[in-house]
Design a protein around this ligand. Structure first.
Ligand code: NAP
Length: 315
């Protein structure tokens, strides 16, 4: 039987039962924790109730049940939608907020929690749901060190490796987004290679060895360019941006010839072309970091269609 009161030191609340939250409840149950949980769609809790977790009737009841409250929601809008009605129950709670968001959202969430007498430990989980509860999975945390130390056993039940990055609640969100900016674009590049392969009669399995070889070459390339970028060196002694533009155009045209979606390769060509137009043709393609450091043109979706007066005019 699970126990769900603060008298039991090994009891935890989990709010949000998507793939992540469900895996976390499972990992906590496996380690003997009592778990109280809440989810907007109650039916997602059925099998976990069968395993001994308790489904609370409301977020407020779930928060009231335990000092440690894990938040595993889609985004910070969901966090506020769920927690605002439960605000009177937050006093004294430690919110392990494992919800993805921006560093500023994490800081605002921590301030809001503090206004209601709670503390927030922000966490960025570097694992898929299958890694939850495993010794080699990892989460980066930031926020009050005291809360991190005091609740370390719970954190280690969720992912075997935990690291405290600092007191700033935005740090863990930043670290997470640094990983995600590479993960999503890398995986999209793999999907693009797969559709190009399939359009040419090959399967994903056929191209897997060469895809792995390409990925395996990247750490050395990262290290080479990281040192030069930190030193402000973009010499075109190894590669030239003009060559890169020609190469990315070959990629674009190969995809166009195959009749597949060219959004991604066209975006890459666009960035290389803007770099050449900005005068970097003879520099290394690492000079693109200077371009990317500023907002893009008004058509940059990140500007939400607003014209950025501080943005470069490179077209
Ligand atoms: N899945 C992964 O591989 C992975 C890996 C690392 C980090 N993460 C992060 O971990 C978090 C959880 O991941 P997940 O895959 O479990 O996410 P998810 O599939 O988006 O589900 C999260 C939960 O959010 C709830 N929710 C969304 N909007 C809501 C609202 N307005 N009001 C109330 N509840 C709401 C959903 O409730 P319903 O069940 O009612 O829809 C669900 O329980 C996300 O921030 C994600 O970015 C995920």
């Amino acid at each position: 039987m699970s126990r769900t009161t603060t008298e039991h030191p090994g009891a935890v609340t989990v709010i949000g039962l998507g793939p992540m939250g469900r895996a976390m409840v499972g990992a906590l149950l496996d380690r003997g924790y009592g778990v109280t949980m809440w989810n907007r769609t109650a039916s997602r809790a059925d099998d976990l109730v069968a395993r001994g977790a308790v489904l609370a009737p409301s977020p407020a009841d779930a928060v009231a049940a335990n000092e440690v409250v894990v938040l595993s929601l889609t985004d910070y809008a969901a966090v506020h939608a769920v927690l605002e009605p439960a605000a009177p129950t937050l006093n004294g709670r430690v919110l392990l907020n494992l919800t993805s968001g921006t560093p500023e959202e994490a800081r605002a969430g921590a301030r809001w929690a503090a206004e209601h007498g709670a503390v927030q430990l922000t966490g960025g989980v570097n694992s898929s749901p299958t890694g939850i509860g495993q010794p080699d999975s990892a989460t980066l945390y930031s926020g009050p060190r005291e809360a991190f130390d005091r609740h370390r056993p719970v954190l280690e039940a969720l992912t075997g490796r935990v690291d405290h990055q600092g007191e700033d609640p935005g740090l863990a969100a930043l670290s997470y987004q640094l990983g995600m900016v590479m993960f999503w674009t890398s995986m999209l590049s793999f999907w693009q290679a797969i559709v190009l392969a399939r359009a040419n009669g090959l399967t994903a399995a056929d191209i897997l060895p060469s895809a792995v070889e390409t990925a395996t070459s990247l750490p050395e390339t990262f290290a080479f360019y990281a040192e030069r970028i930190d030193a402000g060196v973009h010499d075109g002694d190894v590669d030239r941006l003009a060559m890169g533009l020609a190469s990315t155009e070959h990629v674009l045209h190969t995809n166009a010839e195959a009749g597949v979606d060219t959004t991604l390769p066209a975006a890459v060509v666009d960035l290389f072309r803007r770099g050449v137009e900005a005068g970097h043709a003879e520099d290394s393609f690492s000079a693109l970091v200077e371009l990317l450091a500023k907002p893009g043109p008004p058509t940059d979706p990140g500007t939400d269609g607003r014209v950025r007066e501080d943005g470069p005019s490179l077209r």
